[in-house]
Design a protein around this ligand. Structure first.
Ligand SMILES: Nc1ncnc2c1ncn2[C@@H]1O[C@H](COP(=O)(O)OP(=O)(O)OP(=O)(O)O)[C@@H](O)[C@H]1O
Length: 228
């Protein structure tokens, strides 16, 4: 589903963020991306989202080299990817319901589909009773569950998470991980960058470790492997 072929990213200041990375991720996998600060994890995610372009190499997603994708096709490409960030990034002037509905409206979903789907998603993340709340009326864990519901709104085949438990206490972190695990079990591929050692060590998923822009470890049922 995802293939990085000899991908390098050198930023304008000549900083080599990724150096000749090759990696393939199959449909349905759950992959933790780990490594010290500055290792290149966010750069990897930005490349996958086509927010930035590689300096060299190819990035193939679902059979398409996204580095060659025409600008007008980028929104369609991104619609197939759900994204979850550390800081939730909900729209503060919209309710829980509206945040999810809005993601579907942008993707041209019909109002009938929106009315059917949003309650289903809220039920999945356990927030049906909070649909009229605004983000500031929710706990961090609840906000992240809304963000996950929103990420799922357009039935993506891939969910990318950048440090999704970074702002959460252990209990809420685990609730989020259980939810992501369930979503993965239903067939959605998950790529998650994280510093959460406990979570990576407990879940024993595939672990890809980056250091200084290079993959130094790629293990099935791996562990975190750092002491930070
Ligand atoms: N826009 C940019 N311009 C120049 N250098 C950058 C830019 N973005 C990132 N870098 C550099 O590239 C390297 C990799 O950064 P990246 O953000 O991918 O690391 P990371 O593994 O996500 O780190 P963290 O765990 O702290 O989020 C870092 O040394 C960083 O300083």
């Amino acid at each position: 589903m995802i293939e990085f072929r000899n991908v390098s990213k050198i930023y304008g200041n000549n900083h080599i963020a990724l150096s000749n990375i090759s990696l393939s991720i199959k449909k349905g996998e759950f992959v933790f991306l780990v490594g010290p600060s500055g290792a290149g994890k966010t750069t990897f995610i930005k490349l996958l989202l086509k927010e930035i372009e590689p300096t060299s190499g190819q990035i193939i997603v679902n059979g398409v080299d996204i580095t060659q994708l025409k600008r007008r096709k980028v929104p369609f490409y991104r619609r197939n990817i759900g994204v979850v960030f550390q800081d939730f990034r909900l729209l503060s002037d919209k309710t829980v319901y509206e945040n999810i509905a809005f993601a579907m409206e942008i993707a041209n979903a019909s109002s009938k589909d929106i009315k059917r789907k949003v309650p289903q998603l809220l039920s999945l993340v356990g927030l049906l009773n909070k649909e009229k709340f605004y983000p500031h009326q929710l706990s961090g864990g609840e906000q992240q569950r809304v963000a996950i519901a929103r990420a799922l709104a357009n039935n993506p085949s891939l969910i990318i998470c950048d440090e999704p438990t970074g702002n959460l206490d252990p209990e809420n972190s685990w609730a989020i991980m259980e939810l992501l695990n369930e979503i993965n079990k239903s067939g959605t591929t998950i790529v998650m960058a994280t510093h959460a050692k406990d979570i990576v060590d407990a879940m024993r998923k595939r672990v890809v470790a980056l250091e200084k822009g290079v993959i130094i470890r790629d293990e099935q049922r791996g562990v975190y492997g750092y002491d930070d």
